[in-house]
Ligand binder design. Sequence first.
Ligand code: G3P
Ligand code: CA
Length: 231
Amino acid sequence: MLIIGHRGSAGTSPENTLKSFEEAVLSGADALELDVQVCKTGEPVVIHDMRVDRTTNGHGLVSGMSLSQLRFLDAGDKEKIPTLGEVLDLVDNRIDIHIELKSAGTGEKTAELLNRYVQKGKYTFDDFVISSFNHHELLNFRKFNKQCRLAALMAHTPLDYADVIPADKLDLWALNLKIDNTTSEFVRSAHEKGYKFLVFTVNELEDGRYLKDMGVDGVFTNFPARFVKSL
Ligand code: G3P
Ligand code: CA
């Protein structure tokens, strides 16, 4: 079962910061996860919320602030909000990166950046998984990048499992479901259709063991070091 550091190592460092991502890399996890928004000047930046209020000492919408305004903020432990490019430079292909597209427009900007990094020879497209709750944004990403693996994020268990697996519209690699609604039936159904099944956010080791026994392919956790050591 893959161990994926959620927002880096968000249980031990400020989420979505370079410090958190370095911790995730050093934890021995298989991959790290991060969230992408686009700021006013068009750069893809790594922050979970639409607003900077919860995770920094600033106020306002990410989309209403320039990169230089965002850089001025403290994202915790004197860390800055990183750009997606800075995270790719830091990780330097040491582990895989799961990129969650948050707001509209992130698909195109993220694809452009990944295409540039792959052209430079720093990464291959296999090193990334692109995910989103907004499945339209995954389709947008696909217009600009045909190679990266895609994962559809879901919060709920559907009534008919077949309904949420839009193989004709989206060539998905995985379904990613919230832990509260994960069932062995859904995991089995996804596997029968050839999809990986990943679960978020799993912070108790006991839950991790339960999901592993269920046959889940990967978990996102705020405590990657603890999970790598014990699972
Ligand atoms: O990618 C899994 C997980 O990160 C989705 O939820 O709210 O933590 O971004 P959230
Ligand atoms: Ca996320």
